[in-house]
Design a protein. Structure first.
Length: 360
């Protein structure tokens, strides 16, 4: 949650000409296990000088596969994609550490245990300790349940879908082999039980697993029952036999706003445009919109910031909304029907979302 203070406040101390991040947690840390980063996210990392550090500890699989619960292949797509479109996987901690290093090198200050409760269009951030932090620009990047968004009255829609999922990392050496399909990304489907395991190598050490099902499915009860998941996916027994009892749980959600900003206060990332993670684009979209926000305001005089925010939204919103729509379309046909082939792994719209260009 960055602010960019302009003048001293009677309560909050200013960072002249700089950026301060307020984080409610006691420590800076990533959560959510692994992540897919597409071309849009990689473009941002290159721009920030963080791409080398991230790519050195990420994985670029030779292919994507769709398999049924016994391991029979029902679809595949070779990688990398045509025309240089890249997709890599990594742990969230790798991404977070590289971004944090660049932020600190740029002089960004971070206040942990600083919970934001509201923001105002005049450019003031208010924290739970009763302090006010005036700034040229306030950005609410405070996630799906954004306090900044709610205080500014910007929400148009916040919906939750009936799918639940767990995410966690296991050692990659539990996978039955280092070559062939075990280096690929694989979506495993149990069509009878409507359960899914997404299998994602992240680097030479970590395997990211995502377990999902209808949110009422008893298989999602904690502590997680490894036997239930091993029986549902016999071919994955070696990686499912020792599950963390209570990994991070999420539901698929969507957020749409009336506007992305008001006055000197803007909302960014999941706070502004959360989407189901069906096409792996939530963070990539947040990152490219953040880069474009920085470009828009860097060129603006303090008095022109509201207009710069308006221009930023006008330019970025159409592709963001198409990307959200792609994620919703992918959700509708998420679970294959028995006997269905899955060779069309990504639509042209999904690939355009990754390129951050509109689909005609
Ligand atoms: C299951 C799943 C899989 C996903 N997979 C992918 C993927 O492969 N690729 C991809 O691009 N995206 C993926 N996403 C989406 C991605 O995780 C999000 O889009 C991304 O994390 C959004 O980043 P953010 O910074 O906007 O919000 P968050 O990551 O939610 O960060 C918000 C931050 O603000 C802090 N905060 C919250 N409230 C306050 C407050 N009041 N005061 C101060 N601090 C506060 C939080 O502690 C946190 O540090 C996935 C999402 C899910 C649920």
């Amino acid at each position: 949650m960055p602010d960019s203070p302009a003048s001293p406040s009677p309560q909050g101390s200013p960072v002249r000409g700089g950026v301060r991040v307020h984080e409610r947690g006691p420590h800076l840390r990533a959560f959510g296990a692994g992540i897919f980063l597409w071309e849009n996210g990689l473009t941002v990392l290159r721009e920030l000088g963080a791409a080398d550090a991230v790519l050195a500890d990420s994985h670029e699989a030779p292919g994507w596969q769709e398999r049924d619960a016994d391991g029979t292949q029902i679809g595949s797509r070779p990688l990398p994609l045509p025309n240089g479109l890249r997709m890599v996987t990594l742990t969230r901690q790798t991404l977070y550490s590289a971004l944090l290093e660049q932020a600190k090198a740029s002089g960004v200050q971070v206040r942990t245990r600083s919970r934001v409760v509201a923001a105002g269009p005049e450019g003031v951030l208010r924290t739970a300790d009763g302090r006010a932090w005036p700034a040229d620009l306030v950005v609410g990047a405070d996630g799906i349940r954004s306090a900044v968004r709610e205080s500014l009255g910007l929400t148009a829609e916040h919906g939750t879908f009936p799918i639940g999922l767990y995410r966690f990392l296991v050692p990659l050496d539990r996978a039955p082999g280092e070559h062939g399909p075990w280096r690929d990304y694989v979506n495993y489907w149990n069509t009878r039980l409507a359960r899914r395991v997404l299998y994602v190598p992240c680097n030479s050490r970590d395997l990211y697993l995502l377990l999902s099902a209808e949110h009422t499915d008893p298989a999602l009860r904690t502590p997680l029952d490894a036997d239930v998941w091993c029986e549902s996916f016999p071919v994955l027994r070696s990686v499912l036999a020792d599950l963390p009892p209570r990994p991070r749980f999420d539901r698929y959600e969507i957020v749409r706003l009336r506007r992305w900003s008001t006055g000197r206060a803007a909302v960014l990332g999941d706070a502004a445009h959360a989407m189901p993670p069906t096409i792996g684009q939530g963070a990539g979209t947040a990152m490219i919109n953040a880069l474009n926000l920085a470009r828009a305001v860097a060129a603006a005089a303090p008095g022109d910031i509201p207009a710069a925010l308006h221009g930023w939204e006008t330019a970025g919103r159409p592709v963001t909304e198409q990307t959200q729509q792609e994620s919703l379309d992918a959700l509708r046909g998420l679970f294959p029907r028995a006997g269905e082939r899955r060779d069309e792994v990504w639509t042209e719209g999904t690939l355009n979302a990754a390129r951050n260009v509109p689909t005609p």
